[in-house]
Write a protein of this length. Structure first.
Length: 86
Protein backbone atom coordinates (compact mmCIF):
# COMPACT_ATOMS: atom_id res chain seq x y z
CA UNK A 1 0.00 0.00 0.00
CA UNK A 2 1.30 3.44 -0.94
CA UNK A 3 1.29 5.95 1.91
CA UNK A 4 0.81 9.55 0.81
CA UNK A 5 1.38 12.84 2.59
CA UNK A 6 -0.62 15.95 1.73
CA UNK A 7 1.36 19.18 1.43
CA UNK A 8 -0.97 22.13 0.88
CA UNK A 9 -0.27 25.81 1.19
CA UNK A 10 -3.33 27.79 0.22
CA UNK A 11 -2.74 31.12 1.99
CA UNK A 12 0.11 32.28 -0.22
CA UNK A 13 0.25 34.23 -3.49
CA UNK A 14 0.86 31.04 -5.44
CA UNK A 15 -1.04 28.31 -3.58
CA UNK A 16 -0.40 24.65 -4.26
CA UNK A 17 -1.43 21.16 -3.22
CA UNK A 18 0.99 18.25 -3.47
CA UNK A 19 0.65 14.55 -2.72
CA UNK A 20 3.97 13.02 -1.75
CA UNK A 21 4.77 9.31 -1.43
CA UNK A 22 5.88 9.09 2.20
CA UNK A 23 8.67 6.51 1.91
CA UNK A 24 10.45 7.81 -1.18
CA UNK A 25 9.52 11.49 -0.98
CA UNK A 26 8.45 11.45 -4.65
CA UNK A 27 5.79 13.95 -5.61
CA UNK A 28 2.90 12.03 -7.19
CA UNK A 29 0.46 14.92 -7.70
CA UNK A 30 0.87 18.68 -7.97
CA UNK A 31 -1.91 21.25 -8.34
CA UNK A 32 -1.17 24.93 -8.98
CA UNK A 33 -3.39 27.90 -8.16
CA UNK A 34 -5.45 27.61 -11.38
CA UNK A 35 -6.09 23.92 -10.82
CA UNK A 36 -7.03 24.51 -7.18
CA UNK A 37 -9.47 27.22 -8.23
CA UNK A 38 -11.03 24.83 -10.78
CA UNK A 39 -11.21 22.14 -8.07
CA UNK A 40 -13.10 24.44 -5.70
CA UNK A 41 -15.34 25.78 -8.47
CA UNK A 42 -16.26 22.23 -9.51
CA UNK A 43 -17.53 21.53 -6.00
CA UNK A 44 -15.56 18.27 -5.83
CA UNK A 45 -13.81 19.64 -2.75
CA UNK A 46 -14.48 22.86 -0.88
CA UNK A 47 -11.87 24.91 1.00
CA UNK A 48 -13.70 23.98 4.22
CA UNK A 49 -13.43 20.25 3.45
CA UNK A 50 -9.73 20.62 2.79
CA UNK A 51 -9.21 22.45 6.08
CA UNK A 52 -11.34 19.89 7.95
CA UNK A 53 -9.21 17.09 6.53
CA UNK A 54 -6.17 18.22 8.49
CA UNK A 55 -8.12 18.12 11.75
CA UNK A 56 -9.69 14.71 11.27
CA UNK A 57 -8.98 11.00 11.06
CA UNK A 58 -7.13 9.01 8.42
CA UNK A 59 -10.35 7.94 6.70
CA UNK A 60 -11.23 11.54 5.89
CA UNK A 61 -7.71 12.17 4.56
CA UNK A 62 -7.97 9.02 2.41
CA UNK A 63 -11.22 10.31 0.96
CA UNK A 64 -9.56 13.65 0.20
CA UNK A 65 -6.63 11.97 -1.56
CA UNK A 66 -9.06 9.89 -3.63
CA UNK A 67 -11.06 13.01 -4.54
CA UNK A 68 -7.89 14.90 -5.55
CA UNK A 69 -6.75 12.05 -7.79
CA UNK A 70 -10.22 11.60 -9.28
CA UNK A 71 -10.47 15.33 -10.00
CA UNK A 72 -7.01 15.36 -11.59
CA UNK A 73 -7.97 12.51 -13.92
CA UNK A 74 -11.27 14.17 -14.90
CA UNK A 75 -9.65 17.54 -15.57
CA UNK A 76 -8.48 16.91 -19.12
CA UNK A 77 -8.73 20.59 -20.16
CA UNK A 78 -6.11 21.55 -17.56
CA UNK A 79 -4.43 18.30 -16.51
CA UNK A 80 -2.75 18.02 -13.15
CA UNK A 81 0.78 16.65 -13.04
CA UNK A 82 0.31 13.10 -11.75
CA UNK A 83 3.18 10.64 -11.49
CA UNK A 84 3.08 7.17 -10.06
CA UNK A 85 6.47 5.68 -9.29
CA UNK A 86 6.87 1.97 -9.94
Amino acid sequence: MMRLSIDAWLERNTPYIRLIESESGHEVLYMDSHQIQALFESGDITPQELEKCFKSDGQTRSELVTALIDHSRASSANPVRLQVAV
